[in-house]
Design a protein around this ligand. Structure first.
Ligand code: AMP
Ligand code: MG
Length: 481
């Protein structure tokens, strides 16, 4: 039997927790809502096989004018460390949960005021909603753990930011919306029983294998550590800068969530800071692994009423670095096309990063070019500003490649599977946004296609892989969204 979005039947297990965990709140509809984009690939997670765009109730449900069967809407309460400072109560200030189906929690972002809106208006603007919609799907396309986006709606409602913009809503999906900050909330309030209830909930929802195991809370913590290390390793390998790694933006199952002023590196620059308000560079590209570790320390502290804090720190120190290094180097060797192991590979990798930095060269384009490299150095040198270091490195790489068994064709095929042709860089997102603001959504559609299959060629969509204009390289983004 074929399945439509509007046929979904939801449950609301989170509401079986105590009222302190959430605020039951109704979405506030936007004016003249319309569907901008849908991800049929994300719909598969819900076993939906009918065309989302043809389901005429989709827009009403996302706009809060109608409810899916079983849906009871609510915002979740949490705390968090923002830029290192603890804020005892944050919570979903503009996200409203619909309920759960097929292991996915459905959430509207930008759906109006909640108990946790503080000074905010509960809204999300079109610009940032396009970014979240596309980047959720793009991260998935790259094989990086992330929340997903099912659909994006626009509206005629004015929303005040630096200037007037239009309100929009993304319907996003995640196996969990619990954050490190959710635990921090109950710990800071001294609600230790509720903290334990939350841990039981998280184990049931995200780590069911641990249920009733001895030491299950410490084991849960260990899972969070290793999942987080794996995700951040992939961010570093692909050049993704999240921008707002506050503990309330850290998912308890380690996936990437809460897309804001993120960026993919254009030219390789380890010190790059995508978030304009992050003056100190706390969340700079190179700081991300260290910040993930710091955030995990805060989680250990928050869990200390139910686990031994010192044991947790031991787990953190034993696992984080080793999992991170293993994941990162493995993926980087694949990106470099090194399939045999050589004792000098790590040195070659570090040398490469230094060289990319001094050469002024597009990070991901470099790997795509390297995938078809057959000793013609000019094809790579041509995309760099400074070539001397790169030439020396390529000489060493040539020697190293001679130890590989694969044919050029096999090597290229393997490297193309990890070296994307399409990366949703900010300049191209910006172009799509400018068109969308004039009601032309064709580029959003095109970007979604390449986002979900970034390693393929897509001959008709090559314009999305054009080089970043010099003036737009590694720019900083405003946090306003
Ligand atoms: P972020 O770091 O962007 O994920 O958001 C930090 C906190 O601010 C979260 O609790 C959000 O729900 C809240 N927030 C952000 N923007 C708004 C808004 N426009 N209205 C209400 N709350 C918001
Ligand atoms: Mg957030």
């Amino acid at each position: 039997m074929s399945m439509k979005f509007s046929d979904l039947k939801l449950t609301t297990p989170y509401l079986s927790l105590a009222p302190l965990f959430y605020d039951e709140v109704e979405p506030t509809p936007l004016a003249k809502p319309f569907v901008i984009a849908t991800s049929q690939d994300a719909a598969k997670l819900l076993d939906i096989d009918e065309d989302l765009a043809r389901d005429e109730t989709l827009v009403k449900i996302i706009n809060g004018e109608r409810k899916l069967e079983g849906s009871q809407t609510f915002a979740m309460c949490y705390a968090g460390h923002q830029f290192g400072y603890f804020v005892p109560r944050l919570g979903d200030g503009r996200a409203i949960n619909l309920g759960k189906v097929n292991g996915q929690n459905l959430q509207l972002k930008g759906a109006g005021l909640t108990l946790y809106s503080r000074q905010g208006d509960g809204r999300a603007v079109l610009r940032s909603s396009i970014r979240e919609f596309l980047m959720s799907e793009a991260m998935h396309g790259l094989g990086i753990a992330t929340s997903r986006a099912l659909a994006l709606i626009g509206s005629d409602t004015d929303v005040a930011r630096e200037r007037w913009e239009k309100g929009a809503v993304v319907l996003r999906l995640s196996p969990t919306w619990v954050r490190f900050g959710t635990f921090e909330y109950f710990n800071a309030k001294g609600e230790h029983e509720k903290l334990q209830q939350l841990a039981d909930y998280v184990i049931a929802e995200s780590f069911p294998d641990l249920k009733n195991k001895e030491g299950m809370y410490l084991k849960m913590y260990a899972k969070v550590v290793s999942n987080t290390a794996k995700t951040v390793a992939k961010w570093q390998a692909y050049g993704f800068n999240h921008g707002v790694m506050n503990t309330d933006n850290m998912s308890i199952d380690g996936r990437t969530i809460d897309y804001g002023p993120f960026a993919f590196l254009d030219d390789y620059d380890a010190n790059y800071i995508c978030n304009h308000t992050d003056v100190e560079g706390r969340y700079s590209f190179k700081n991300q692994p260290g910040i993930a570790h710091w955030n995990l320390t805060q989680l250990a502290r928050a869990l200390s009423p139910i686990i031994n804090y010192d044991s947790a720190l031991l787990v953190l120190d034993e696992m984080f670095g080793s999992v991170y290094e293993r994941e990162y180097t493995q993926l980087m060797y694949e990106r470099m096309g090194l399939h045999e192991r050589d004792e000098k590979d790590l040195e070659l990798l570090k040398w490469m990063l230094g060289t990319l930095e001094s050469s002024v060269i597009d990070y991901n384009l470099f790997f795509r070019k390297l995938s078809v490299y057959k000793g013609e150095q000019s094809q790579i040198l041509d995309i760099a500003i400074y070539t001397k270091d790169l030439q020396e490195w390529l000489d060493a790489y040539d020697t190293r490649l001679s130890k590989e068994m694969l044919t050029c064709k096999e090597r290229k095929e393997r490297m193309f599977r990890v070296n994307p042709k399409y990366i949703l860089k900010n300049h191209i997102l910006q172009e799509a946004i400018q068109k969308a603001q004039k009601h032309d959504f064709s580029m959003v559609e095109d970007l979604l296609t390449v986002a979900l299959a970034p390693f393929d060629e897509h001959k008709e969509l090559e314009y999305l892989a054009k080089p970043t204009p010099q003036s737009a390289k590694n720019i900083k983004l405003s946090c306003s969204s």
